[in-house]
Design a protein around this ligand. Structure first.
Ligand code: NAI
Ligand code: MG
Length: 512
């Protein structure tokens, strides 16, 4: 079995040359409304996972840059919170228009940074990031408190929704633009200012988007710094002026961040990992289920998604048909240069993540009885030997206790697991510390409703597997996170503080 491979494209040039753009952004951060050199001299290389070329360098920020960015944010927020909410929203929407006008370059830099395929990933992600920014801009008028029936006749009882102050965002590299916007847009609409630390693997697309957004926002409202977790992320979380932290990434780092924030009793929102099930019942419409399994695994993002459904439970009556159908469709996925229009699936982000996939594949291959339904070997095409390419891989013959079925691999590897009894399958699907997302295919409404009730996941779908998006409230149960994102409730519950106010009318003054 062999994945179709795409040849290297011609070098790109001109206005939409993403390499010229990453060179321009090299060595810079965005503080107080302008791109500038960091306080620190230290920098590190950023590579393009498609060919391992260095596309630029990024500052290795530490305490001094954290302090400068937080101070800029603190000053800006004093004025920003006084801008009427709908005016803030309108400015955000104009900022989204500015990004849309330059989306050709933004999406290319995103693809260059991440190795995610331009056509299937970077372009739609850029569109979603613009859409989510606009949505939160439009929702700024919904920052309303409540009036409450008072306990005594002379009292007016109400609540407010106020900005929190300076918000810190720490983001990963897998969908950096969408996750960036998910943090900053609700925070900014709600009258906060923000300091974001980009992921070390993919800083430039976020910096570019922030630069464009800053053409419509007052200086200091949105600041972007770069660096490593312990060195830059930690002091940002611990900074006394930061009163809210929003993070997407690994469980271990989410736990560390919650611990850093605990002494100052600072709120955290955490979007962490998953080991999600896709489930096919015997009566499922397989024309929906087969492409759904593939979409659900996010193969065309190299499986690098927290919602990747990497445990595929299939009823034994339809097992063979489903695995054959999935294998056939996987053979149509074109692996290749991320920036090439014909490519469906690009490269894994880094050496670390590539080796992680290889390590789990070693575990799988050394397990007796394992079968590669599709993939499982590195591509042989010399054009793909320069980057971190691995084909979509679907295997079976593993027990649920295998580490491959327990750990979040975050690579393009899914395991098929046959089942007979619905109850056993639900117990197995829930047998993970995570509880992020789950997908089920069936024509039986009663079964679907039972699954919805019993599955331990925060994002639950039936007969489809759409990616998280604007206006769909998204967040995990169990060890998959704290809080929800992408919808109005995120802005109201996670980026606002509130006062409860009781006003006693007293008695009218005499003679007035
Ligand atoms: P990570 O969780 O280490 O990094 C995510 C972000 O947190 C980056 O900006 C990083 O610099 C920052 N960070 C790391 N350590 C920190 C610390 N001590 N304090 C503050 N910030 C810190 O994720 P990484 O190393 O990129 O990937 C490792 C695994 O994490 C993946 O294999 C995957 O399982 C999971 N992951 C999950 C994601 C999701 O969408 N839920 C996204 C990325 C990774
Ligand atoms: Mg890490």
């Amino acid at each position: 079995m062999r994945v179709k491979e795409v040849p290297t494209p011609d070098a790109r040039s001109g206005e939409n040359d993403p390499r010229a753009e990453t060179r321009r952004l090299s060595g810079l951060i965005l503080v107080d409304g302008a791109l500038r050199k960091a306080e620190t001299e230290a920098q590190f290389d950023v590579i393009h996972p498609g060919d391992l070329s260095v596309i630029g360098t990024t500052p290795r920020c530490g305490q001094a840059d954290v302090d400068a960015a937080v101070e800029a944010a603190r000053r800006a927020q004093i004025l920003w919170r006084k801008v009427p909410a709908r005016d803030r929203g309108r400015m955000l929407q104009k900022a989204a228009d500015a990004v849309e006008a330059r989306r050709d370059i933004v999406e290319r830099v995103l693809s260059l940074d991440t190795g995610n395929a331009l056509r299937t990933q970077a372009r739609p992600e850029t569109g979603s990031a613009v859409d989510l920014t606009r949505m939160f801009g439009g929702l700024a008028g919904e920052l309303k408190g409540e009036t409450v029936p008072a306990a005594s006749p002379n009292v007016l009882h109400y609540t407010t929704r106020d900005p929190i102050g300076v918000v810190a965002g720490i983001i990963p590299w897998n969908a950096p633009l969408f996750l960036f916007v998910a943090k900053i847009a609700p925070a900014i609409a709600a009258g906060n200012s923000v300091v974001v630390k980009t992921a070390e693997q993919a800083p430039f697309c976020v910096l570019l988007m922030a630069e464009i957004l800053n053409t419509e926002l007052p200086p200091g409202v949105l600041n972007v710094i770069s660096g490593f977790g312990e060195e830059c992320g930690r002091p940002l979380v611990e900074h006394p002026v930061v009163r809210k932290v929003t993070f997407t990434g690994s469980l271990a780092v989410g736990q560390a961040i919650a611990a850093y924030a605990a002494p100052k009793l600072c709120q955290v929102t955490l979007e962490l990992g998953g080991k999600n099930p896709s489930i096919v019942l015997a009566d499922a419409d397989l024309d929906l289920a087969i492409p759904g399994i593939i979409d659900g695994m996010r193969y065309t993002r190299q499986g690098q998604a927290c919602t990747a459904a990497s445990r595929v439970f299939i009823h034994e009556k339809v097992y063979d048909r489903v695995v054959e159908g999935v294998a056939k469709k996987l053979s149509e996925i074109r692996l290749g240069d991320p920036l090439h229009e014909a490519t469906d699936m690009g490269a894994i982000i880094s050496a670390e993540q590539f080796e992680r996939t290889l390590r789990y594949m070693e575990i799988a291959k050394s397990t007796p009885g394992v079968r590669m339904i599709f993939g499982g070997e590195q591509p042989t095409d010399p054009a793909l030997s320069k980057g971190y390419y691995y084909p979509p891989t679907f295997l079976d013959g593993l027990g649920l206790e295998s580490k491959v079925c327990q750990d979040e691999i975050f690579g393009p590897v899914a395991t098929a697991l046959p089942f007979r009894e619905f109850d056993d399958m639900i117990a197995q699907a829930n047998d993970t510390p995570y509880g992020l997302s789950a997908n089920l295919w069936t024509r039986d409404l009663s079964r679907a409703l039972e699954y919805i009730e019993r599955i331990e996941a925060g994002f639950v779908q039936v007969n489809q597997c759409a990616a998280p998006r604007s206006n769909v409230s998204y967040g995990g149960l169990k060890m998959s996170g704290l809080g929800k994102e992408y919808a109005l409730d995120s802005m109201l519950n996670h980026f606002c503080s509130s006062k409860t106010v009781l006003i006693n009318r007293g008695t009218p003054a005499v003679g007035v």
